[in-house]
Design a binder for this molecule. Structure first.
Ligand SMILES: [Mn+2]
Length: 428
C-alpha cells in the first residue's frame, strides 16, 4: 500500500524549514524532556496552537527525526532488514512496524525479522490480531536466504547484543544504517543514524515522536494505521508497567496515540490468557523464592524455549510481594535440539537500583568482553550460554546436578550484591 502518496518524503517533513536557535549550543542530552518548542507545525501542516500538548516535542526528538529523514532519503529504493531481539516484545514489534510504514514512503522495503520465538501470550495475540508483519528467521530459514539482496540493516529496541542474527549479518557485511533504542548504550556502533535515549521509557515513545514530527501522518481511516497505533500503545504500556513508570514524554506519546488507537483491539490483546506451562513456571518461582534484603530470587529449573517468557512474567509476579522491591527469576531454557542457555529477568520497583548496572556487576563479561546482560529502567535480563554443558539431559540425575550448580552459582553472584557483608547463603 502506498502511504501519503501525495507527499514526497521531503515535503512531508515540515520541520526542516524551521531552524531553532536552541539547536546550536545546547547539548541535546541535557535538554529536559519537558522542553518544548514554540509554534510547532503539526504533521498535517496546520499551525499548532502552543497549548496543544499532544503536539509538543523536545528539541532532541526534532533533531533526531530530521536526521532520520536525511538518512532515509539517502537510501531510497533499497531493501533492508530490521533486526529484533530473539524474543521480541511489544515495544520492539510495534516500533519495527512503524518503521516499516515510515520507510515505505521512501520506497524502502524492509523485512522485520527475529531468530527466536514469540513467547508471551500477549505478543502472539498482538501479531495475530493486528497482522503485524514480523518474520521468524531460524537458522534453517537464514541458510535459505540470499543476504546480498539487502543493502542495510536496522536495530530497533536492541543494539544487536540480544540477536543471534547479528553474526550472519556481520559476515554478509550488511552495513548498519540505524540503531534506535532506549536501553543503555551497549557498545560503540558504526551506524549512519543513531538514536539511543536511555532516559526514555519505551522505544514506542521515540517512534511516536517521529510520527508527531511528521515522518508519517497517521490517518484514522486507514486500518493499518489504527492497528499500528494500537500496537505502539501496547508497546508503550508494556515497557512502562502500564504507564506507572511513564514520564512526561511517554504520557505525551500516549496522548497522541489515543487519537488513533483502537481501545477494543488493545483490550483483546491484553485478554490473552497464560498457558498452563507458564502458570507452572510462576508456581515454581513462588515455591523456590528466597527473600533477602527486599530482594526475591528464584530459580525455576528447566523450561521449553517457547515458554521462555514465563521468566519475566514470574519476575513481574514476585516483585508484587509486600516488602519486595526487586525480583530476579532465572532458569535453563532448552530448544528441541541440545541447545541450552540460562536466562534470567530482573524487575525492580526501587528507583535507585539501576538494573543495567546491577546485572553487569553481578555477572560480568565473557572472555570476548561482552556482558551477559543489561537493562533499562525497572527491568533487566541476562543470558548465559552453557556451551559444552548443553544437553545430555536424558540422564535425569545429571540434569538435576547441572541445574543445582547453575542455581547455586547464580544465587551466589546475586547475593554478593544483595548482602555485601554476608557470605553467600544456602538455597531453599
Ligand atoms: Mn523497549
Amino acid at each position: 500500500m502506498q502511504l501519503n502518496s501525495s507527499l514526497k518524503p521531503s515535503e512531508s517533513f515540515l520541520l526542516t524549514t524551521e531552524p531553532s536557535p536552541e539547536d546550536t549550543d545546547i547539548d541535546p542530552i541535557a535538554v529536559e524532556a519537558s522542553f518544548t518548542k514554540p509554534s510547532l507545525p503539526s504533521a498535517n501542516g496546520e499551525p499548532v496552537n502552543g497549548k496543544n500538548l499532544g503536539q509538543r516535542l523536545n528539541s532532541l526528538a526534532f533533531q533526531k527525526s530530521e536526521e532520520l529523514q536525511k538518512t532515509l532519503l539517502a537510501h531510497q529504493h533499497e531493501r533492508h532488514l530490521v533486526i529484533l531481539q530473539d524474543f521480541p516484545d511489544p515495544d520492539a514489534l510495534s516500533c519495527a512496524w512503524t518503521y516499516q510504514l515510515i520507510v515505505q514512503q521512501y520506497d524502502i522495503k524492509c523485512e522485520i525479522i527475529y531468530a527466536g520465538t514469540l513467547s508471551h501470550q500477549e505478543n502472539i495475540a498482538l501479531v495475530k490480531l493486528t497482522g503485524l508483519p514480523a518474520q521468524r528467521w531460524t537458522s534453517q530459514v537464514l541458510k535459505s536466504k540470499d543476504l546480498s539482496l539487502y543493502q542495510g540493516c536496522i536495530l530497533i529496541d536492541n543494539q544487536g547484543t540480544t540477536s543471534q542474527l547479528m553474526t550472519a549479518v556481520k559476515q554478509a557485511k550488511i552495513p548498519l544504517i540505524a540503531v534506535i533504542d532506549h536501553h543503555t548504550l551497549q557498545a560503540e556502533h558504526k551506524s549512519e543514524f543513531i538514536d539511543i535515549r536511555p532516559n526514555v521509557r519505551a522505544t514506542s515513545t521515540i517512534f511516536t515522536q517521529y510520527l508527531q514530527s511528521g515522518l508519517l501522518s497517521l490517518d484514522s481511516s486507514i486500518g493499518q494505521h489504527v492497528k499500528c497505533a494500537t500496537a505502539l500503545m501496547h508497546g508503550l504500556r508494556s515497557d512502562t508497567n502500564r504507564l506507572m513508570q511513564a514520564q512526561e514524554e511517554d504520557f505525551m506519546a500516549a496522548a497522541y496515540l489515543s487519537r488513533f488507537y483502537d481501545a477494543q483491539l488493545l483490550n483483546a490483546i491484553l485478554q490473552a490468557n497464560r498457558s498452563k506451562r507458564v502458570m507452572d513456571v510462576i508456581e515454581r518461582s513462588l515455591k523456590n523464592r528466597i527473600v533477602q534484603n527486599n530482594f526475591s530470587i528464584a530459580g525455576v529449573g528447566y523450561l521449553r524455549y517457547e515458554d521462555r517468557d514465563a521468566i519475566p512474567q514470574a519476575a513481574d509476579f514476585l516483585v508484587s510481594e509486600e516488602n519486595v522491591h526487586t525480583a530476579v527469576v532465572f532458569g535453563i531454557v532448552h530448544d528441541e535440539d541440545e541447545l541450552e542457555v540460562v536466562i534470567g529477568s530482573l524487575r525492580t520497583a526501587k528507583l535507585t537500583l539501576d538494573p543495567d548496572e546491577f546485572i553487569k556487576e553481578a555477572f560480568g563479561q565473557d572472555n570476548t568482553g561482552r556482558f551477559f546482560g543489561g537493562g533499562r529502567t525497572g527491568a533487566g535480563g541476562f543470558e548465559i550460554p552453557m556451551g559444552f554443558l548443553s544437553g545430555s539431559n536424558e540422564n535425569s540425575a545429571y540434569a538435576k546436578l547441572k541445574w543445582e550448580v547453575y542455581d547455586s552459582q547464580i544465587k551466589q553472584k546475586l547475593l554478593k550484591l544483595v548482602n555485601p557483608q554476608d557470605d553467600p547463603i544456602q538455597s531453599e
